[in-house]
Design a protein around this ligand. Sequence first.
Ligand code: 5CA
Length: 445
Amino acid sequence: MRLSRYFLPVLKETPAEAQIASHRLMLRAGMIKQQQAGIYSWLPMGYKVLKRIEQIVHEEQIRAGHIPLLMPTLQPATLWQESGRYDAYGPEMLRIRDRHDRDMLYGPTNEEMITDIFRSHVESYKSLPLTLYHIQWKFRDEVRPRFGVMRGREFLMKDGYNFDLTKEDALHAYNRHMVSYLRTYERMGLTAIPMRADSGPIGGDDTHEFLVLAETGESEVFYDAKVPELKLGKRAVDYDNRDEVAGICEEFTTLYARTDETHDEALFNEIPEERRKVGRGIEVGQIFYFGTKYSEPMGATVNTPDQGKVPVHMGSHGIGVSRLVGALIEANHDEKGIIWPEGVTPFHVGIVNLKQGDVSCDSACEALYRAFVEHGLDPLYDDREERAGAKFATMDLIGLPWRITVGPRGIAANKVELTCRRTGESEEMSAEKAVEKVAGIYAAL
Ligand code: 5CA
């Protein structure tokens, strides 16, 4: 993309309404525009990051054996009356009436609808195990929407639902989700810690939240200093192997890590004092096992091998896709702007032309641009007639991990400058070498 043709409405002033860095930076970098409290338009660069996050979520869900589908945002009240949640959900649910006076709602989550799909089409235990998920907009009429996309009213969620014959099978699905989530967040360059949590309106006994450590997080967290050091890395996981998957969950949940909802001071005090950490975290996902809470009242049953009929064991598993954009910025920024991890960056590399209109600079930039595209990368070329300082400030604000600077002096010596946004370090090298280096970094992800 050439910046002169793009739509990147950056703001010079710091918006007064934004209280935290991610909200400020998303507005300043022209990623979002607020349309109403807690409701945002995603401008092109924000939309690009959102799509990159979605893509990673899809890839890791599919790797774990889960199947994507798409359910609507609007749901009939009748389904929620069956589960008993229509009245229980309260004012957070946005209720709508259509022209035929039928009660509808903008879905805050989809347990009822997915259970309805399941009961309409599945009869036998032979169709199990089954996990279906979608990535769809949700609406919760939060009392205090705040912090931009972090606590929105309309927000994008990945929500997955498992259907299993037994509790044991459903707990394997729970574990599978935990491992796939660990991998999902790591690919985005985030450390998200699974912490035992409280189930709230979703219900159930077993639940973990995934928290990204950040001072501006809404939850208070208590953890062993060794927990954030745990890494899944690139190990090949066989998601069908119950022991292997359970073993990884054990590795990540044995050391103490809890939110204020489930914090136990006595247990916490058993950790050596120098490892006891108290901080704040952003909840970027939550997994639940709730057994037959929905399948029983809604009649989602299967025939069993011995001719019986039993309600299926279920769980639901969510990732806050739009919230992740904010969480990623909270965890990756400095005073100049955003610092995107390579896994989610909107553009892989920025090209800054210091002397627009100079034949040799222009043609070197064009050649770099083509070379990146040939490597399957997405460069952003700042080809505007602007001062160098303004170009650098824009690049620093929007936070592309790598920047290549092309100027007349360098070009005369067959050199460009490659700068790492995170460390600020620059290195001079030939254009070919710079392309090779950047392409190598992305190929290794
Ligand atoms: N049905 C279950 C799991 S599919 C469910 O709704 N879980 S949840 O309530 O925990 O939401 C899943 C994730 O969505 C949360 O972990 C959080 O990251 C995100 N989320 C929840 N509320 C909001 C909100 N108001 N704004 C942005 N993201 C939100």
